[in-house]
Design a protein around this ligand. Structure first.
Ligand code: SF4
Length: 433
């Protein structure tokens, strides 16, 4: 026990104000961890901003200090990785105040919804202690804080009700002097799924300054606001469902594999940028290019760029194809730049000077150094300018076997006849250049 929690028997050494409820919760948690015989290497405490975050230094377990309100999201991420990819031994505990719970409410809701196997201790002292005693979303009606000096006019959020309705599979509500607190925490830690305990407590720095309160009043506040609660529901966790769906019986990750048709030899990486207009097939044609590379046993990445309104304006894709790992998906100097429209030309301006070869619709430039093609002649066919231009690229430069691109169209494309026609027309055009 001493090893786990150095100052358990010396409350005067806690970093909080004398009488702060955080002390009781820390001690109850330490005893719960101790009585459950948890190995300190298997416990992670994720703390939030506020006085509650001072807990990091007290426990001799893994600790992670996060931004205000974000502790639940970080803890959920860690636990999901532990459960899905590792040995699922980590007990992940969130220490968050009522301020953090208000700021990060949606993280709590999401984690409860997914039933992530973490335990959240909401230290509800009805205000933001560290920053000067301001009211939070969990401040009770008529409670006085530094920002509600004549009493809070609003009802507090009933956070346990919110999380219960979001899918929490263990939820409890009590107060810091409850002799059962340690046992409730033990139950929460032993529960497989999202567990949350709202612990009402006093901030002796501010709550007792503005309100005529003593510790024993907490029980009355609790009773006047719904009373003590402890419920457990059996519900499958997101990680369980995820593993069931994506992992095979041997525990190996299953995914839709694209079978390699024939291995292509490619010495250097291929960097292609396609810049055109939304609705003209840029992103799908680029995806098919990536797939054709995978059919050839290569790796590929696609980075898209379009305005917020996906269906209008420019549409740009950066495609990298490589026989090996691709460490960064952006392109500085394209081997090939395809420009099929005025939107694409405006957006791709930065690439023009840095591109080795530029294939561009003939209506967009007089520059003799560019390969001018009648791409827009095919505008009436689905994705016509893009597929035609890609055909030109294959016809003239033969970066790899064009048949793989045709196979990608036939297997994964849309309006296959139209796109194949455009691609083949481009291929023939490119061969004649
Ligand atoms: S300010 Fe309030 S919450 Fe912070 S340590 Fe002091 S009593 Fe505890």
């Amino acid at each position: 026990m001493k090893d786990l929690f150095e100052i358990i028997d010396k409350p005067q050494n806690f970093p909080y104000c004398p009488g702060c409820g955080h002390t009781s919760i820390d001690m109850a948690l330490a005893r719960a961890i101790f009585e459950l015989n948890l190995e300190k290497e298997d416990v992670l405490i994720v703390s939030d901003i506020g006085c509650v975050g001072l807990v990091d230094k007290l426990f001799n377990v893994h600790t992670l200090h996060t931004l205000h309100g974000r502790s639940t999201a970080v803890a959920s991420g860690v636990k999901m990785v532990d459960e899905v990819l590792f040995d699922n031994k980590l007990k992940t505990i969130v220490m968050i105040g009522d301020g953090g719970a208000t700021i990060g409410l949606l993280h709590l809701v999401e984690s409860a919804k997914l039933n992530v196997d973490i335990t959240v201790l909401i230290h509800n002292n009805f205000l933001y202690g560290m920053t000067g005693g301001q009211h939070s979303g969990l401040t009770p009606k008529e409670f006085k804080t530094s920002t509600t000096r004549i009493g809070n006019p609003f009802e507090a959020l009933r956070i346990i009700d919110i999380l219960k309705n979001s899918g929490a599979s263990f939820y409890a509500r009590t107060f810091s002097q409850d002799p059962d607190l340690k046992d409730i925490i033990k139950e929460a830690l032993s529960h497989r799924g999202f567990s949350v305990i709202e612990v009402l407590e006093l901030c002796t720095g501010y709550a007792t300054r503005y309100n005529d309160l003593k510790g024993s009043d907490l029980k009355i506040i609790l009773e006047n606001s719904g009373g003590k609660i402890k419920e457990k529901i059996e519900r499958e966790s997101f990680c369980f469902l995820y593993k069931n769906k994506f992992f095979d019986k041997k525990g190996e990750f299953e995914f839709t594999e694209i079978e390699v048709e024939k291995k292509i030899e490619l010495k250097d990486s291929l960097k292609i940028v396609i810049a055109g207009s939304a609705g003209e097939g840029v992103q799908l044609a680029s995806s098919l290019l990536c797939i054709s590379a995978i059919l050839g046993g290569l790796n590929s990445t696609q980075k898209n760029d379009n305005p917020v309104t996906v269906g209008s304006g420019f549409s740009v894709s950066e495609i990298i194809i490589k026989d090996g790992d691709i460490k960064y998906t952006g392109i500085e100097e394209p081997d090939y730049l395809i420009i099929t429209s005025i939107d694409g030309l405006k957006r791709a301006k930065g690439f023009i000077e840095r591109s080795k070869n530029i294939i561009i619709d003939e209506s967009l430039t007089d520059n003799k150094n560019f390969i001018k093609v009648p791409a827009r002649k095919y505008i009436k066919l689905r994705g016509g300018p893009t597929y035609f231009s890609l055909g030109v690229l294959f016809g003239k430069f033969n970066p790899f076997d064009f048949e793989l691109y045709e196979k990608a169209i036939l297997k994964y494309g849309k309006a296959k006849d139209e796109t194949l026609t455009c691609f083949r027309e481009g291929l023939n055009f490119g061969r004649r250049l």
